[in-house]
Design a protein around this ligand. Structure first.
Ligand code: FES
Length: 168
């Protein structure tokens, strides 16, 4: 049986803030924001995170699990410090998206849904990010959008993240 977690006061306050946006009988509407808050603290959406959010929102565990496994911004397996998502949908593919994806795989030495042995990078394929004109497009840790990712710009980004990861 999966156990629940003791989330930090900050995360619980974040979840409470999102729950307060909805009428009390519809607090399950805060499930997506609550999962993001918990993922930010824990690093991924573990079975314990799912159980905890289900308990807080009064939802069946399976309903929370369905949300967590449907959307690709939730990581249901442990990931590296930096999650790199490259858009491989057709408009991006037609504008060097495939080249950028291949270069990332070669440079990092990993395939999609894999993490570098040092634990720094996880590479994932993403769906359209609504920025097709900026292709190739990448998202770092679900938040930072990177546009026109040529090989040179990928090198600069990876070096920056490596340095940042070491400094942290
Ligand atoms: S297809 Fe890649 S951002 Fe739209």
């Amino acid at each position: 049986m999966t156990t629940t977690l003791h989330l930090s006061d900050k995360t619980l306050a974040d979840i409470a803030r999102n729950i307060a946006k909805y009428p009390p009988e519809q607090k399950q509407s805060a499930v997506m924001a609550s999962l993001i808050a918990a993922q930010t603290e824990v690093g991924w959406v573990s079975p314990e995170v799912i159980e905890t959010i289900a308990t807080i929102l009064g939802m069946p565990t399976i309903a929370v699990e369905e949300v967590a496994t449907f959307y690709n911004m939730y990581d249901t397996k442990p990931i590296g410090k930096y999650k790199l998502v490259i858009c491989t949908n057709l408009p991006c593919q037609l504008t060097h998206g495939e080249t950028a994806a291949t270069y990332l795989k070669e440079t990092l030495g990993i395939g999609f849904n894999e993490t570098t042995p040092c634990g720094t990078f996880t590479l994932k394929e993403g769906e359209c990010m609504g920025a097709c004109g900026d292709s190739p497009v990448m998202l770092v840790n679900n938040k930072r959008m990177c546009s026109f990712m040529s090989k040179e710009k990928i090198d600069v980004l990876l070096n920056e993240l490596r340095a940042e990861g070491k400094a942290a």
